[in-house]
Write a protein of this length. Sequence first.
Lengths: 232, 357
Amino acid sequence: MLRGTVRESMTISPVLKIMPSQAGPEDTASNVALREALLEALSELTCPTYTDELAPYLRARHGRVYRTLSATRIEREVEGVFHRYGAEDMSSSEPSLYTAITAEHGEPIMKLIARTDWPLTQRVVAATTGRVRHLLITARLCELAIKRKSHFADHHALLRLAAAHARGLPDTVVRYEKYDLEEWLALALELIRATSEEDEEARRGAAARLSSLPGFHPVFGMPDERLEVGGV
Amino acid sequence: MSLTGARGLARISQNPRCDLQTAMVVGQVDEVEFYEALTRRQFEGEYGERASARRRGDKFEASLHGNNAANLRRILAPRFGYDCERMYVRSLTDEIPDHMADAHRRRYLRTERVLADVAGGYEPPSVPHLLIEPQLRLPVSGSRFVYVAPDFAVFDPAAKCYVVGEEKSMIVRGGSPDRVDLERTRRQAGAETLALRALAEQLNLCARVRDRAIFVFSSPFDVTPHPPVEEYLHAEVSEIRRALERYRAVSEELQVYGRRDEKKIIAHTHQLRINFQNSCLSSCALFYHCKSRVSETVLVLGDEAGDVFGGATELEHLYALADGTAEASSAEEAALAARLRETAALLGVEGIYSGKG
């Protein structure tokens, strides 16, 4: 996920295969298609992504078919993964969707979505990760808007998404309908180079510590009830 | 307007002697629906926030919280001596969205965990510099709570603890926002500060929590935030404590504990004490209902009349005193009656009290 540079080539994730024994009433054609699209989007964006970023991204990528897709719909889909798969099943199943987790206690961040086949170090959010993640996704959106125009059904929507993220870059003024993609990309990459190593080290340390905690699940993290102060 | 959480307690604190209003907060009623169920009439007054104000508020909040709370970090960092680009932000609503089961309690557990880490000696970046919508709660009775959520809480390195914060899109001009709006906001922040102290007490951090809050308002330019304002809230915290006592008392009286129960409150409405005053017109949907309950008393003439003549005085008795057809029962009444006759003479409206003027 959080590499020092943004990859130029896009990978297409493997299609989610639903094993007959795992298929349930939630596995309608549209739900399966949504999960596939989300997995693919995460591969393209290369880092955990918020549901209110994924929804407009899918609309830009695929157009009208996701015109009414909401962040809540995605969150419910991801929440369903926890109920659909047992803890044992998840470790051996095909790639799916679940959340990133906090570095302090392994708590799921329900709106921040990752691929379950990413290593734990890519799904942990340390103190520096919020900032680096924002820089990475800004850079990635700019890069896609510059180099993969034809890949998007609604390129203008992608531009607006990139601009919305660029507003969070330091000393950056984003003017209406003015897309300084190269400038934003360069600034984001420069800032990533300055901070990504510290962040990777923090995430590695957190992943190692969390993995040793009793009750910690490598995908689902630590349920809230286990962490009640004074409780188990 | 919402009657839940800190807003509900702020409402009670503005008129703590009105048990009917307190009952509406306890019963988590929708005010307009409650009015219509109680009076069997459609509510025809103006009520609630304008849609444009709500949109502005949502836009302001989004501008502060987006992109890892970039704008909020930028304005808070100088106040607390942080590098804004290195502030660790956690959003409790990103972690547990509203639509999830038991969201308030689960967010509270996580907030409690952060404070427990602080109690264990951790400081940022081992704990967040900035919490977005942390969940706190105020005990009501036994295991029952009122949940409150400040818009944010920022770690103060000098106090080694968090300070609650409120974001309001009201515009600051000449250094301060509108006084009425600010009063409501200060009371809300008072409730949140009290709740933070309640949590801190459990973790032996109480000495680090002071009666203060940070306010982020809007500048006159679009939704750009104004530099944060820090205010001390001793009076507001005290008023919220009083409001909480009334909440508990009415809750016990009605046996309604933090769940929506309009029917029970309607059944007890006429037994519940009201405290009708001028400010009810702008703050409560039941203004006209309560006005009808006091229509035969001096209160219907306004707060000042109530202060001068006594709120329980019936209008008919007052008129009778003034036109001499009733005997004063005390020296004070006699003096008032004389003043009323003098005033009528000055205005040339003698006989007005008997309807002959």
